[in-house]
Design a protein around this ligand. Structure first.
Ligand SMILES: *[C@@H]1O[C@H](CO)[C@@H](O)[C@H](O)[C@H]1NC(C)=O
Ligand SMILES: *[C@@H]1O[C@H](CO)[C@@H](O)[C@H](O)[C@H]1NC(C)=O
Ligand SMILES: *[C@@H]1O[C@H](CO)[C@@H](O)[C@H](O)[C@H]1NC(C)=O
Ligand SMILES: *[C@@H]1O[C@H](CO)[C@@H](O)[C@H](O)[C@H]1NC(C)=O
Length: 360
């Protein structure tokens, strides 16, 4: 061995490139085993993860800043921690660029003692385009690299609520599903392309949500590759007009070919919604067609708003069908946005949202 290499390796040891940050070194060991039922949590940062119901969490996708404490804690609960993977698709059409990106992600995941990667690419792609094939290859090559370099690691890919070119995301869903460990189906933002009346509607209406799983399954995608994503947030729409029947017409904000979209509203956390609903004009109401709760309120400027959201009652039938359709599991965007404070009501509401994930 050359003196240079000896020097280099001692530098690496001294600099502690791969030093385990956990109190117990064994907590840096990767999680390899599969669990029957996935509960896949997106964490966007902060410390509220300390209050998650860890008896059910199986995977945490770290979308905030890297948090070594969270990694150690998750491992102590036998839960995986996975990296976020996002890249401009146009950059990875080039094979060398793609390989470089994958190599760098594997290295980062390893150095941070993580257990896989969640690929979150929500860009528009035309069927049959160079980007279409590059994306499919990216998922395949990323999975191969992770499985080779980190045996037992998990590679997941986020897909829209339906495979029908939602938001112009026309991907090769079948090959992508075959190429990775699981698809996280984002069953929310379902009003991102409103083609009919420009009105406020549910973020994730129950029958529309469930029909879309049948679309995935009809493509012969293995149900054990699908994790259902439910929203722990809702949409707050300013109403141009609130009709006698309670229909809230919303400003026209086009999105990817549709004249109207949920971009006319603002996303609000379940924590905010629970604070707002009791003091609202209407109180909690229930739309039996969409199977979703909503309410109307007036802001300080006198503007009327309509808020659509999900709660245990709307999540329950979705979670039940995860079981009846034999899916891999369930998850949410995102874990941090419940009220993890000390008040009794908040505690109860938060526990009920977690428990709703397992059905009712
Ligand atoms: C490679 O990726 C970089 C960004 O990481 C980008 O600027 C560059 O254009 C890409 N090269 C090719 C040939 O696509
Ligand atoms: C607004 O709502 C009122 C009451 O329901 C209705 O009579 C009216 O036609 C609506 N106006 C518009 C512009 O939709
Ligand atoms: C809101 O009202 C519901 C139903 O009346 C009640 O159970 C809940 O405790 C109230 N929430 C708060 C924060 O006061
Ligand atoms: C956490 O989830 C388990 C089910 O895995 C449930 O039995 C338990 O009651 C939950 N804990 C709390 C505090 O709600």
């Amino acid at each position: 061995m050359s003196w240079f290499l000896v020097f280099l390796s001692s530098v690496l040891v001294v600099c502690g490139a791969n030093r385990c940050p956990c109190q117990r070194p064994e907590l840096c060991r990767p999680i390899r085993e599969e669990r029957d039922f996935e509960v896949f949590v997106f964490d966007v940062g902060g410390k509220t993860w300390k209050s998650y119901n860890w008896s059910m969490v199986t995977t945490v996708a770290m979308f905030g800043k890297y948090d070594a404490e969270l990694m150690c804690y998750a491992h102590s609960k036998r839960a995986r921690v996975v990296l976020k993977g996002d890249v401009h698709i146009s950059y990875i059409v080039d094979q060398q660029n793609r390989t470089a990106w994958i190599t760098e992600r594997v290295k980062l995941a390893k150095s941070q003692f993580m257990d896989g990667i969640n690929i979150d690419i929500e860009q528009a792609v035309e069927e049959g385009s160079p980007e279409y094939y590059a994306l499919t290859d990216l998922v395949k090559e990323t999975t191969e690299a992770f499985h080779r370099e980190m045996p037992g690691s998990q590679v997941s890919f986020d897909v829209a609520w339906s495979p029908k070119c939602i938001d112009k995301r026309c991907y090769d869903y079948v090959t992508i599903a075959e190429s990775c460990d699981l698809l996280f189906v984002m069953s929310y933002d379902e009003q991102s392309q409103i083609m009919g009346d420009c009105i406020a509607m549910a973020n994730a209406p129950v029958s529309q949500t469930l029909d879309a799983y049948d679309q995935y399954l009809n493509l012969k995608i293995d149900p054990k590759k699908l994790v259902m994503g439910v929203p722990w947030y809702g949409y707050d729409y300013p109403c141009l007009n609130l009709s006698q029947e309670g229909i809230c017409s919303i400003p026209k904000v086009p999105f990817r070919g549709a004249p109207c979209s949920d971009a006319a509203g603002k996303q609000k956390t379940y924590k905010w919604i629970m604070k707002q609903v009791n003091s609202s004009l209407s109180g909690r109401m229930w739309d039996s067609k969409q199977q979703a709760p909503y309410f109307n309120y007036k802001d300080q400027q006198g503007q009327i708003h309509q808020v659509w959201y999900d709660d245990p009652q709307s999540i329950c039938p979705k979670a039940n069908s995860v079981k009846s359709k034999g899916l891999r599991g369930i998850g949410m965007w995102n874990g941090n946005i419940l009220d993890y404070g000390d008040e009794t009501v908040a505690r109860q509401q938060t526990a009920m949202m977690w428990n709703a994930l397992l059905g009712c």
